[in-house]
Design a protein around this ligand. Structure first.
Ligand SMILES: Nc1ncnc2c1ncn2[C@@H]1O[C@H](COP(=O)(O)OP(=O)(O)O)[C@@H](O)[C@H]1O
Ligand SMILES: [Mg+2]
Length: 314
């Protein structure tokens, strides 16, 4: 079994006609599907058709943020989206969540156009948005209560999902009594308890320390495999994307377009430090670097000093 990343560029069938077509680059052994967890089907769950989005800036100009995005996400697929900061990753999730409307194009869920938020989709982000005045149990029950789920059923589900994230013992705790990783697991339990088909995750682990993030990767992969949900996971961390995704989609710097797709066929479970994961991540990173350079050039030419943290290296 080859462990080398395979670079097999070919045209992406849905790529926009008017733009440079996205490519697909296969990562990992070509013919080996994840053996025990190949649950992702061929049925389209989320369809993005020619999505464009532009904003009006304060000076009245229009800024094109998303440019002819075409993407099909299969039911049960774990899709990761990477791209430089400001390329429109969060915006894309907001469109799928129905929290914002595109300028043109269509977002489809099960073939039907999205017309606003729905209980079939849920967005989880870095600031987990838990209520500090409620207990863990009450936080998890909150969405169900809003949906009018009867109390007994609510409590059963709350216990089920807290067990799933290994927090059964913390039902009565308040949020401030939990660590960052535990809070994010409560947020995941709360999201799952509303039983959405699609989980939209916007850099959910970016603020966590490395060990906690590793644990949450394992938990999320297990939960995904046990519940069969479709996950669209945005991250700027390429290794995290390869660790988790069935496929990694790379967006270009402004305007955001699908540049390359990387199907990842490495067997699961994976670990961040697996050499195959590192090798596959390198292929993604090589292409991402071009986009980061473009974003830096844009910052320079706009006369904005790039923000460089101590310890940053090129
Ligand atoms: N409400 C808004 N008004 C104007 N521009 C916006 C607004 N929201 C986002 N943008 C711009 O759209 C682009 C994409 O933003 P975003 O989706 O947050 O990027 P990412 O999540 O990839 O960092 C950025 O250039 C950002 O400045
Ligand atoms: Mg963002």
């Amino acid at each position: 079994m080859s462990t080398h990343a395979q670079a097999v560029p070919h045209r992406y069938p849905n790529a926009s006609k008017s733009h440079v077509p996205a490519r697909a680059v296969k990562l990992g052994p070509v013919s080996v599907a994840p053996p025990d967890r190949a649950r992702s089907t061929q049925v389209s769950k989320v369809g993005l058709r020619d999505i464009c989005l532009s904003y009006r800036t304060q000076t009245g100009e229009r800024l094109l943020a998303l440019d002819h995005i075409n993407l099909e996400v299969r039911a049960g697929e774990f899709l990761c989206i990477v791209g430089p900061s400001g390329c429109g990753k969060s915006t894309l999730l907001h469109l799928i969540a129905g929290l914002q409307a595109q300028t043109s194009g269509e977002v489809l869920i099960d073939g039907r156009p999205v017309e606003g938020p729905g209980t079939d989709r849920i967005l989880i982000f870095q600031e987990h948005g838990l209520f500090p005045w409620l207990t863990v149990a009450e936080n998890v029950e909150f969405g169900m209560k809003m949906k009018g789920v009867p109390k007994t059923e609510r409590q059963e589900k709350m216990r089920h999902y807290l067990r799933l994230v290994h927090l059964a013992k913390f039902e009565r705790s308040y949020i401030h009594q939990l660590s960052g990783g535990m809070r994010q697991r409560v947020a995941i339990a709360r999201a799952l308890a509303t039983e959405p088909d699609v989980l939209l995750m916007d850099e959910p682990f970016a603020a966590l320390d490395a060990q906690t993030r590793d644990l949450l990767h394992d938990e999320l992969e297990r939960i995904w495999s046990e519940t069969g949900r479709t996950i669209i996971f945005v991250t700027h961390n390429v290794r995290e994307a390869v660790r988790l995704g069935d496929r990694v989609v790379l967006l270009t710097f402004r305007p955001g377009r699908v540049k390359t797709e990387f199907p990842v066929s490495l067997p699961r479970p994976r670990a961040l430090e697996d050499p195959e994961v590192a090798l596959a991540a390198r292929a993604v990173l090589d292409e991402l670097r071009d986009e980061i350079n473009r974003s830096l050039e844009a910052e320079y030419s706009a006369g904005v000093k790039p923000h460089i943290e101590p310890g940053d290296h090129a």
